[in-house]
Design a protein. Structure first.
Length: 380
């Protein structure tokens, strides 16, 4: 649907309209941009708890003998380190080390037939392309890929007090899962439980910089969970505050901060590269960047005053353009403008003073440490 002129809608569309959501078109989907307001929703996540419909994301189910080994050449991270119930945030790379997409791969272990199983969540805008690329690269392997994007919904329950709002999820489960089971689940840990005979996939992951859980299940269960959480006092949230939350946490947005022309090393994602694993796409290019000079580096900027650096604005040192802003906002938590930008690596040191051109005028900016905000509530 990402190339269709008619936006797709998730099963939550009618509920969003009933809750007075303001809608927008994003990646071929008609999605809520806000309900009560971006700042109010942002603060609800930072202080209490918010819920997002992220069912537009792509969802792939993998199965097969030697699944982890088959995926190894396609990512720079060592997936064979994963144990059942753990996950890896990583990137799909092209032969030049460019980022095709950033994804999370959840390893579920082996089934009774000895097939390894896993779930991959990909970006909505790149889902069709990712699927074709993965199928082409796995064609000669014993791995199957099932696209469950339409049959499963995805909710993100995020916030400082997220654990206090999970009881509606647990009240009617078939597995005797308790709040304590969720409390002890480490970040990127996940499990599957059931409710009314239908499966619910629960992972301690998110895109807000706060503690949180992502829940994948059938539309019927998902719609009931949404209503349960709203009734319990959880704030419905749209894509507007999802963007300000992730930017405060310096989490990259695909298509803005990272793309096929950026490598993990340039984007500050070098920690995803496990150099002691075998060969993978783009390794030689990344090794050359590691040994030499990267052409650019993604840095955090803090603006002086209230001037907001937006996507595409030039970054200068004196009269010379030395980079470009990829994302920027007025941080609701910090009360000041922050941005991500690519600059020359020699200008990436914390404290470096630069300028950002905004509507023909230049304004001071300083390179600061990322992330801009680190949650005191987030589980470690």
């Amino acid at each position: 649907m990402e190339n269709s002129s008619i936006p797709a809608r998730t099963p939550f569309y009618d509920l969003a309209i009933a809750q007075n959501a303001k809608m927008t078109t994003f990646a071929g989907w008609e999605m809520p941009i806000q309900f009560t307001g971006i700042t109010a929703e942002h603060q609800a996540v930072r202080r209490q708890c918010g819920i997002f419909d992220v069912s537009h994301m792509g969802k792939f189910l993998f199965s097969g003998h030697q699944l982890l080994q088959s995926l190894q050449p396609l990512v720079p991270s060592d997936l064979t380190r994963l144990t059942p119930g753990s996950a890896q945030y990583t990137v799909l790379l092209n032969s030049q080390g460019g980022i095709i997409d950033d994804v999370i791969f959840y390893y579920q272990g082996e089934d009774s037939q000895g097939h390894q199983r896993g779930v991959m969540i990909v970006n909505a805008a790149t889902k069709t392309r990712d699927k074709a690329w993965l199928l082409a690269n796995l064609e000669s392997t014993p791995v199957t890929l099932q696209d469950i994007s339409r049959s499963q919904v995805l909710l993100a329950l995020q916030g400082a007090e997220v654990l206090a709002y999970l009881q509606p999820l647990l009240a009617e489960n078939d597995n005797n899962v308790t709040v304590e089971d969720l409390r002890s689940l480490r970040p990127f840990g996940h499990f599957t439980m059931a409710r009314g005979g239908e499966q619910i996939f629960v992972a301690r992951t998110g895109y807000t910089g706060e503690d949180g859980f992502e829940i994948m299940t059938t539309p019927s269960i998902g719609l009931q969970l949404w209503q349960d959480f709203i009734a319990a006092g959880v704030t419905p949230c749209g894509l507007g505050c999802r963007d300000t939350l992730r930017l405060e946490a310096a989490m990259a947005l695909y298509g803005q901060d990272i793309n096929e022309q950026t490598t993990p090393l340039e984007a500050g994602l070098g920690w995803l590269i496990h150099w002691d694993k075998g060969n993978f796409l783009g390794r030689s290019v990344l090794a050359a960047q590691k040994a030499g000079q990267k052409p650019k580096l993604l840095v955090g900027l803090e603006m002086a005053g209230r001037n907001i650096a937006r996507h595409g604005y030039p970054v200068l040192r004196g009269q010379e353009v030395v980079g470009i802003v990829t994302s920027g906002t007025l941080s609701p938590t910090l009360g000041k403008p922050v941005a991500l930008a690519y600059v020359s690596p020699d200008l990436g040191q914390v404290g470096q003073e630069l300028l950002v051109e905004i509507r023909g005028k230049t304004y001071p900016a300083t390179v600061v440490k990322k992330p801009f905000y680190r949650s005191p509530h987030k589980s470690t």
